[in-house]
Design a protein around this ligand. Structure first.
Ligand code: NAP
Length: 282
């Protein structure tokens, strides 16, 4: 077998096309383009992600604003509260890692959940757990959109998610549960990981460990989503899945790069528009 490659770009293009068709009406109602505030520190990976978002938003006639997160903990909370009241801002994204070792979880509750377009606020994660409409972390929702785009059957299938972070693994597990998959979540304390992952019809990996998933972790014919983005010494990126080996066993696989990561920004834009629409009652 050589697995079918599930590319992210066509999925992102379809999301952007859908979004662009509804944009003129929203811009007319707002009397300005929708705007996402990016709150970031000095971490190079976070800054690179912010630039990717800025470029994509500008290409599609959406705006972004940059805000410096290199301030004291209390000031950062005030900044998030201020941005939550700013009439020119529709969504706010906190780019981790934040400076000074501040964890996103320590400050995110200062944000109005209605502006939390990357679903980091406990209120929004709670709504997701209750299977109610809400903002969802864009990487996780991007994974679901990719599966839907490629018509991957979810209802009644065995899904295994490796990773339980509130930004990727956990919300993805909740989305798959909502899509009626039977979901198992693995983490660093899971004994004999391969025995569990080999049960999966759908294997989603978000561990941040290069090459963690080899061929003997995968059931023949499985669909494998790789969320890992691990920098290599030569400056390229590799996933958590040993793609060359796993491609011999899986039916389909997302590459790294050009897989799940390509969908994230488009989903973030969709949720920014939804936040703008909700505020306008549109
Ligand atoms: P994280 O917060 O470090 O969480 C990693 C998770 O993987 C944890 O739950 C951890 O278990 C688990 N884990 C680590 N090593 C493991 C092992 N050997 N076996 C089983 N589970 C293991 O990372 P994250 O923010 O979720 O990100 C995960 C990966 O996704 C990273 O490579 C990150 O760069 C990437 N990412 C991609 C996108 C995208 O758009 N594609 C967006 C965000 C992140 P414990 O809970 O027990 O520690």
């Amino acid at each position: 077998v050589t697995a079918r490659l599930l590319l992210g770009r066509p999925v992102a293009d379809a999301i952007w096309a859908e979004l662009s068709s509804s944009l003129p009406d929203l811009v007319a109602r707002l009397a300005r383009p929708p705007c996402l505030a990016l709150v970031q520190g000095t971490d190079p990976a976070a800054q690179a992600y912010a630039r990717t978002i800025q470029r994509a938003f500008e290409r599609h006639a959406l705006t972004t604003r940059l805000h410096d997160a290199s301030i004291a903990h209390a000031d950062l909370r005030h900044q998030l509260a201020r941005l939550s009241r700013d009439p020119d801002v529709d969504g706010v994204l906190l780019l981790a890692p934040l400076p000074g070792g501040i964890a996103v979880a320590e400050v995110v509750d200062a944000l109005d959940p209605a502006r939390d377009v990357d679903g980091l606020h406990p209120f929004n994660l709670g709504r997701l757990a209750q299977r109610r409409p809400t903002f969802v972390p864009a990487t996780a929702l991007g994974g679901l959109r990719l599966l839907q785009h490629y018509d991957v059957e979810l209802a009644g299938r065995r899904a295994v998610v490796v990773g339980r972070s509130p930004i990727v693994g956990l919300p993805l597990a909740l989305l798959l549960l909502d899509a009626n998959a039977t979901v198992t979540v693995c983490h660093s304390r899971t004994p004999d990981l391969a025995a569990v992952t080999r049960e999966a019809d759908l294997l989603c990996v978000a561990a941040g460990r290069a090459g963690l998933i080899g061929m003997n972790y995968v059931k023949p014919g499985a669909v494998v989503l790789d969320f890992g983005t691990n920098p290599t010494p030569d400056g390229s990126l590799v996933g958590d899945v040993d793609a060359a080996a796993v491609a011999e066993r899986a039916a389909a696989l997302t590459p790294v790069p050009n897989g799940t990561g390509s969908v994230t920004t488009a989903v973030l834009a969709t949720q920014t528009l939804a936040a703008a629409r909700a505020r306008r009652g549109a």
